[in-house]
Design a protein around this ligand. Structure first.
Ligand SMILES: Nc1ncnc2c1ncn2[C@@H]1O[C@H](COP(=O)(O)OP(=O)(O)OP(=O)(O)O)[C@@H](O)[C@H]1O
Length: 281
């Protein structure tokens, strides 16, 4: 790692497939030790962005650096743990064999950290990976990531198939990694309620574009409710002190999801009005 560099930095990241632009000039900077929620509607490009950060998708334009190294380079890969959307694991291996593969193929291996995750879902070490439940498979894949003790974890919907108690416990372990080892976590999710107490950064992606990115407290403080046209409207204000009328994380994200392509004026549960460039009740 190169001291002083961000955990993850993207500048103008663009990915195209045939004639479609799937990621469109995405820029963001994630400091070390951050826990960042990556949110956005289905098909927004979250998985693609995570794959690009893991070095599995080559950009058509722009650049990505991980801990100061080019994403996907030999120097970056040992420091990155990637939980991919499909939990690609060998189905005929037992869970114990999977961990042994993790031990043999990584420069560092922390069996205790891997086992901690498996215990949460009572995942039997002797079970074949192909016979695990969806949630257990997620835990097995997460165990491989955590056992590697990477400096940057890229987690694609790590909570999706987990029950509420296990979800909380998994988040607790990830937060412990951040506190104890300075790990950085970028995780995509549709479950906003889980994010509230956990993330300190947020990236909102829509149609392959970054619409919001930054420190969560600053993003929330930059938005406030005002009375307008007989209704309550959420407004983005770049200046001014934060007040009591700032939105919650959930409200902020839902507003943006309700307002594809709109600029300044947003309101929860309202529809975009193209003629006014605003959301009107
Ligand atoms: N390998 C690929 N080849 C072509 N198009 C792709 C490929 N992977 C993703 N896409 C397209 O890129 C866009 C973004 O997909 P992606 O899976 O990154 O979205 P997402 O935000 O993760 O969605 P979800 O929340 O549904 O998982 C989609 O339109 C998808 O069809």
């Amino acid at each position: 790692m190169i001291p002083g560099t961000a955990a993850l930095e993207m500048v103008g990241l663009t990915v195209r497939h045939r004639r479609r632009t799937l990621l469109d000039a995405c820029s963001l900077r994630l400091p070390r030790g951050a826990v960042c929620g990556l949110v956005g509607p289905n098909g927004a490009g979250k998985s693609l962005l995570l794959s690009a950060a893991a070095g599995l998708v080559a950009p058509d334009a722009g650049r990505i650096t991980v801990l100061g190294r080019s994403a996907g380079s030999d120097r970056a890969l040992p420091e990155v743990g990637f939980l991919d959307q499909h939990r690609s694991l060998y189905p005929r291996m037992t869970v114990a064999e999977l961990l042994e593969t993790g031990r043999r193929t990584n420069v560092r291996w922390h069996q205790d950290r891997a086992l901690e995750l498996l215990r949460l879902g009572r995942v039997p070490l002797g079970a074949k990976v192909g016979a695990l439940s969806g949630g257990q498979r997620t835990l097995a894949a997460l165990a491989l990531v955590r056992g590697k003790a990477p400096q940057l974890m890229l987690l694609d919907e790590p909570l999706a198939e987990l029950d509420p108690l296990v979800r909380r416990a998994v988040l607790g372990l990830l937060l412990a990694d951040v506190a104890d080892h300075g790990t950085t976590v970028l995780l995509s999710t549709h479950i906003l309620t889980d994010l509230d107490e956990v993330v300190d950064h947020l990236v909102l992606l829509d149609s392959g574009q970054v619409r919001l990115a930054g420190e969560l407290s600053e993003l929330l403080a930059a938005h406030r409710y005002v009375d307008r046209d007989g209704g309550r409207v959420l407004v983005r204000q770049e200046t001014g002190a934060p007040g009591d009328d700032a939105p919650t994380l959930d409200e902020l994200v839902v507003c943006y999801l309700h307002a594809p392509g709109t600029g300044r004026w947003l309101a929860p549960g309202m529809r975009p009005d193209a003629t006014q460039g605003a959301l009107i009740a």
